[in-house]
Design a protein around this ligand. Structure first.
Ligand code: SAM
Ligand code: SF4
Length: 440
């Protein structure tokens, strides 16, 4: 039996995909290794969203040469978005990579790996990169790789066809398709029965989920009704499709978490149009208001890009103004990175100097840091129900968990147990974490 170590980079979707890969490979007779040193194959599941994500992977691939020097039998395969984007080019540029496999071709992995071993390839490049209009891996029960056994991802759809001008995802993950709802509910129920207490439903734009006349609000309702002790989260919501019906369903179920990730990308209408986001700042703010009306305690988080094509100081100011208005609880903040093949690559100039992108990004980061700290200070004195997830990274004497709003709370472990709900009173905070103590 050969051992496979899977290393994952990028978004939650990639972590979910690695669990599908683990299921396919264990089904084909491979064992999952705990680390690279026990591995016969190292599979790297990759992200192509920004150039720095790709550089990180290339660095890691080169680092693995040392391992291959110690153990000549080890083979490296690159999976995911970078494999799809670069295909055989990647093997030409990184010659210690034996094969590439794109996100829709994971069922072919056992064959690819067998071929690598059969020595029959004679220098033939091994790749499986066909995109599919139908593949959802719905019948595959993922092998959970994340530690803890409390929280799990469930992929409910794949691909994206929104074609935001800057984004490579439609090219690396193919057309949007939704997974059969029965299989989603079954997977969530199985997880609950195995002791999991939180599931996150994943898709690039979950609001456009539709299968067998079931839309996203109905799917989420079905999952939430499995058991009130099962928390339900989801990501990501595209603002253009965030419906009042979804907010109604959320408000009606206490176990659907009070947190919406609503990527804005820019606070300028001119930028949003150029980005092909298909909403305006006014529409976005209306959605924020609708969230706050339906669930005043709901946290809102976002993604933003600094320095997209032709962004002026005025556009940038508009982003800062929007951040001041919405007062996000958390934001993922990025510098614009030009991606080959996208609309922006074909038609728009990448004309903001790198130092200027960095300056604008740092300005957004500083503002957001201040807002997050101010938001967190208001939490001091409040009591939250926290799902205990594990030991704090800093101290074995402390546990960490999250409240419904997805904020991390750290507290002395006392008699708490992982996988249970406990009430925690907030005593102090940083911009990123709430510090608390167990209470009744
Ligand atoms: N589907 C999600 C949505 O539309 O909100 C986002 C998916 S993408 C994996 C995550 C984030 O990466 C995006 O929201 C965007 O902020 C960022 N991103 C995508 N392409 C980028 C690029 N070329 N440069 C910088 N950031 C980018
Ligand atoms: Fe990319 Fe836009 Fe699709 Fe999100 S919605 S994955 S940003 S193309």
């Amino acid at each position: 039996m050969e051992n496979v170590f899977i290393e994952t980079y990028g978004c939650q979707m990639n972590f979910a995909d690695s669990e599908v890969v683990a299921a396919i490979l264990t089904g084909a007779g491979y064992a999952i290794a705990e680390g690279v040193d026990e591995a016969d194959f190292v599979l790297i599941n990759t992200c192509a969203i920004r150039d720095n994500a790709e550089q990180r992977v290339r660095h890691r691939v080169r680092e693995l040469r040392a391992l291959q020097g110690r153990n000549r039998g080890v083979r490296i395969g690159v999976l995911g978005c970078m494999a799809e984007r670069l295909q055989c080019r990647l093997m030409a540029e990184e010659d210690n990579v034996s094969f590439v496999c794109g996100p829709d071709a994971y069922r072919r992995l056992p064959d690819l790996m067998k071929e690598v071993r059969s020595q029959e390839t004679g220098g033939k490049e091994l790749s499986a990169v066909e995109l599919s209009a139908t593949e959802t891996y719905a019948d595959i029960e993922p092998v959970r790789l994340a530690v803890g056994g409390v929280s799990a991802y469930i992929s409910i759809m794949r691909g994206c066809q929104n074609y935001c001008a800057y984004c490579v995802v439609p090219y690396t993950r193919g057309r949007e398709r939704s997974r059969d709802p029965e299989t989603v509910v079954r997977e969530a129920r199985n997880l609950f029965e195995r002791g999991y207490r939180e599931v996150t439903l994943l898709g690039q734009n979950v609001n456009s989920y539709r299968a067998d006349a079931v839309g996203f609000p109905e799917l989420m309702e079905r999952v939430a009704e499995i058991d009130p002790r099962l928390r339900v989260r989801f990501a990501t919501s595209h603002p253009k499709d965030l419906s009042d019906r979804l907010l109604e369903v959320m408000a009606a179920h206490g176990n659907i978490c009070r947190c919406i990730h609503l990527p804005v990308q820019s606070g300028s209408n001119r930028m949003l149009k150029l980005m092909n986001r298909r909403y305006t700042v006014e529409w976005y703010l209306d959605r924020v208001e609708a969230i706050r009306r339906a669930m005043p305690d709901c946290s809102i988080t976002t993604d933003v890009i600094a320095g997209f094509s032709t962004e002026t100081l005025e556009d940038h100011q508009a982003t800062l103004d929007l951040f001041r208005k919405v007062r996000y609880d958390y934001a993922y903040m990025f510098k614009y990175s030009l991606r080959e093949g996208t609309y922006a690559w074909k038609h728009l100039a990448d004309d903001i100097a790198e130092e200027e992108k960095t300056r604008r990004l740092n300005e957004i980061i500083a503002l957001q840091g201040q807002i997050a700290l101010e938001n967190n200070r208001k939490e001091v004195g409040r009591v939250y129900e926290v799902l205990v997830e594990g030991e704090s990274h800093r101290s074995k004497e402390r546990f960490y968990g999250r409240n419904s709003q997805n904020k991390v709370l750290v507290f002395d472990r006392g008699d708490a147990r992982v996988g249970t709900y406990r009430r925690v009173k907030v005593k102090d905070c940083t911009a990123a974490t709430l510090l608390g103590e167990l209470t009744q």
